[in-house]
Design a protein around this ligand. Structure first.
Ligand SMILES: C[S@@+](CC[C@H](N)C(=O)[O-])C[C@H]1O[C@@H](n2cnc3c(N)ncnc32)[C@H](O)[C@@H]1O
Length: 251
């Protein structure tokens, strides 16, 4: 069942399938139990409605960080624990990853971290305009074969959605250990024009951000001798977009 799904190139809502398995060794009963545990923290998407962020976070009103494809959530959980007044939404379709993050939320009693078990692109479509301060995509599936490049989550349509939901001056952080994907990210973001790089040289791309908490994929990459690229971008302010006329930034 999972294998067949894995091979389908499109998701139900018509996106290129950017992910592999959605669960490993989980019985239907375990999945039902997981849904029940997720319910109090779950972010619902779709139906053309925008998420009511005040209802989702009745207590906190600090900056909102969204992470797409958070895996086991190593990065977002530590940030949420360290910043009680900030708001966090972690998105992941892989149910075993969601279960790991739920364990942290339940053990720490975290009230500022919500989980979206749906496609990250559907999450972005459901967020209000200019509502997000920081958007993270860490170690997205690299889809190394050329015929699979269309499955990479970093595409112009993702950047369109990111540009809409990010506040002016909001930040976008893309991280990968795959050189070819780093070049793809750089050319896709530069070509899009709404974001400008705040790190512009290989030396800057190699610097681990302050207070960083390596994810499972980062630890594996380092063990295997691959180096991370930390690609930082900022959303241009609206007037800047008009002046810039959506051309490729020079850097
Ligand atoms: C290579 S893993 C990296 C996980 C984590 N970011 C890390 O650094 O350890 C990529 C993750 O992105 C998830 N993913 C891929 N496409 C997604 C999408 N469209 N929406 C939500 N999650 C997605 C996959 O399920 C997978 O868990």
């Amino acid at each position: 069942m999972t294998e067949k799904l894995h091979k389908k190139p499109l998701t139900a809502d018509g996106h290129n399938r950017s992910f592999g398995r959605v669960a490993s060794r989980m019985s239907p009963a375990e999945q039902t139990a997981l849904d029940a545990r997720l319910a109090p923290y779950a972010v619902d998407v779709g139906g053309g409605r925008k998420i009511d962020l005040k209802a989702l976070f009745p207590v906190q009103d600090g900056p909102l960080l969204v992470e797409l494809g958070m895996g086991k959530g190593e990065q977002i959980c530590v940030r949420a624990q360290a910043n009680a007044g900030h708001r966090f939404i972690g998105c992941e379709v892989y149910r075993n990853g969601l279960e790991k993050v739920l364990r942290v939320i339940e053990a720490a009693g975290l009230s500022n971290l919500r989980l979206c078990p749906h496609d990250g692109r559907a999450l972005l479509d459901s967020l209000p305009d200019a509502s997000v301060d920081n958007l993270l995509v860490l170690y997205p599936d690299p889809w190394p074969k050329k015929k699979h490049h269309k499955r990479r989550i970093v595409q112009a349509d993702l950047l369109d959605a990111a540009a809409r939901v990010l506040k002016p001056d909001g930040t976008l952080l893309l991280v990968t250990d795959i050189v070819d994907y780093a070049l793809w990210m750089i050319s896709t973001v530069y070509g899009h024009g709404v974001f400008f790089p705040t790190a512009i040289s290989p030396a800057e791309w190699a610097v681990q951000p302050e207070g960083w908490h390596p994810t499972g994929y980062e630890k594996k990459a380092l063990r295997e001798g691959r180096k991370p690229f930390y690609l930082h971008f900022k959303r241009r302010a609206v007037q800047e977009n008009q002046a810039h006329n959506l051309k490729t930034p020079a850097c």
